[in-house]
Design a binder for this molecule. Structure first.
Ligand SMILES: *Cc1c(COP(=O)(O)O)cnc(C)c1O
Length: 409
């Protein structure tokens, strides 16, 4: 189409991970030490999820500095915990909600509704009503059927149209399930104009744990074309672009430092009209590093020459992300400086798939010894179950007060 020739694609060189600064160095010095963790287990027992609010503040500000012109709406989904909401609220964050349960959580913590958006592309009428009753007025649609649900609420609601751009490199290619093509977006925006429903702007989610910024740049370029096209068609101008979540963290592999990762994104955003309001919906990046999980060994057996250690937490508990999220957490024993043997770490349930690691080098361990896993904040506890009636790990909150060290349970 002729309109698109007016717009020049930005060709952006994306840095290599090995050539650029990476994120993981900055974590080591701020994580709770083995000694601190042993003290917490003495006090609270095991299994635990030790949640450090200072790490949440650090991550929020790191992303804020890397995306200076972007309003960050923390997506609750990876770690819907009250202390996380309180910490981010105090730092000035906004929030991205997807369900009425998430609305209840932010409402109970006193989050002003103007600081929230509701981004589930598929909603029941009751979901829309719950959000509006709280005062959240920005919603996402990606199809005509969903748009028509807002006829009844056109005086209150404003809509973001979600685009889909496939990303097979990400952990979760969210564009497979949600989002529409640029052509469909134009149809939705035109139809909304006929219906008298206000379209606020566009959104996308490139997929979680995106390894490089290329997909964001491509998506921003495509959205810039749509924004031009909307103007050319004489439709009301779009005011907002929501660039979603997906910002990566270092699990067992390095990832780009966040300012390096975001540099090409900022360049792509700079081409948009100056008045355009830019939002993002980071989840994993904000919370992945704030939780250290602690499990203890319940028992052990030698099977085919390898020692199996059975933990009090597993795949059906805090390690659920191994199944649902494909994350590879750094896992180790608190015992250092001994000869290590190839071992198996199993979860507590009576199910054979409940194995945390088929092969991990560990020293000889005793029942009651601790296994510590880092980077366990995102999509872990959130997807844990009570299968076999093993209760979920208790969350212990550290550093909730900015200058204090007190525990708030
Ligand atoms: C899950 C989700 C997020 C958070 O994504 P991360 O990859 O954890 O940053 C943001 N927005 C929407 C709509 C989501 O579904």
């Amino acid at each position: 189409m002729a309109l698109s020739t007016k717009f020049k694609d930005f060709q952006i060189k994306v840095p290599e991970v090995s050539a650029a600064a990476n994120q993981s160095e900055c974590f080591a010095d701020t994580q709770p030490t083995n000694q601190e963790i042993e003290q917490l287990v003495a006090q609270y027992g095991a299994p635990l999820m030790v949640l450090d609010c200072e790490a949440i503040r650090r991550q929020y500000h790191a992303l804020k500095n890397a995306l200076p012109n972007v309003t960050l709406h923390f997506a609750l989904k990876p770690l819907p915990v009250a202390a996380v909401v309180r910490t981010l609220l105090a730092e000035g964050a906004s929030f991205d909600l997807a369900t009425s349960g998430e609305i209840d959580l932010v409402a109970s913590e006193g989050v002003p509704s103007e600081r929230t958006i509701h981004t589930h592309p598929i909603k029941r009428d009751s979901d829309i009503r719950d959000a509006l009753a709280y005062g959240c007025t920005v919603f996402v649609v990606d199809n005509i059927n969903e748009l028509e649900k807002f006829i009844a609420y056109k005086d209150q609601a404003e809509i973001l149209v979600r685009l889909s751009f496939r990303n097979t490199e990400a952990f979760a290619d969210l564009s497979k399930k949600f989002g529409c093509s640029p052509e469909t977006a134009i149809e939705i925006i035109s139809y909304a104009q006929q219906l008298g429903i206000r379209i606020k702007g566009l959104s996308f989610h490139v997929g979680s744990q995106s390894p490089n910024p290329t997909k964001y740049v491509e998506a921003i370029n495509a959205c810039a074309k749509i924004i031009l096209q909307v103007n050319e068609l004489g439709l009301p101008a779009l005011s907002t672009l929501d660039i979603g979540g997906g910002f990566p963290v270092p699990y067992s592999a390095e990832v780009l430092a966040i300012d390096v990762f975001c540099a090409p994104i900022n360049v792509a955003l700079a081409q948009l009209p100056e008045t355009m309001q830019i939002l993002a919906e980071p989840g994993r990046f904000i919370v992945a590093s704030c939780v250290t999980s602690v499990a203890s060994i319940m028992g052990q057996a030698v099977r085919e020459g390898k020692t199996w250690y059975y933990l009090d937490d597993g795949i059906y508990g805090s390690f659920s992300g191994l199944v649902f999220d494909e994350a590879v957490y750094p896992i180790d024993s608190t015992k250092q400086g001994f000869t290590r043997f190839e071992s198996v770490l199993a979860g507590p349930t009576c199910d054979s798939i409940d194995v945390v690691s088929e092969s991990i080098m560990l020293p000889k361990l005793n029942n009651g010894d601790l296994i510590i896993s880092r980077m366990m904040g995102a999509y872990t506890l959130a997807t844990a179950t009570d299968f076999n009636f093993f209760k979920r790990a208790e969350v212990v909150v550290l550093n909730e007060q900015v200058h204090g060290q007190e525990l708030t349970g």
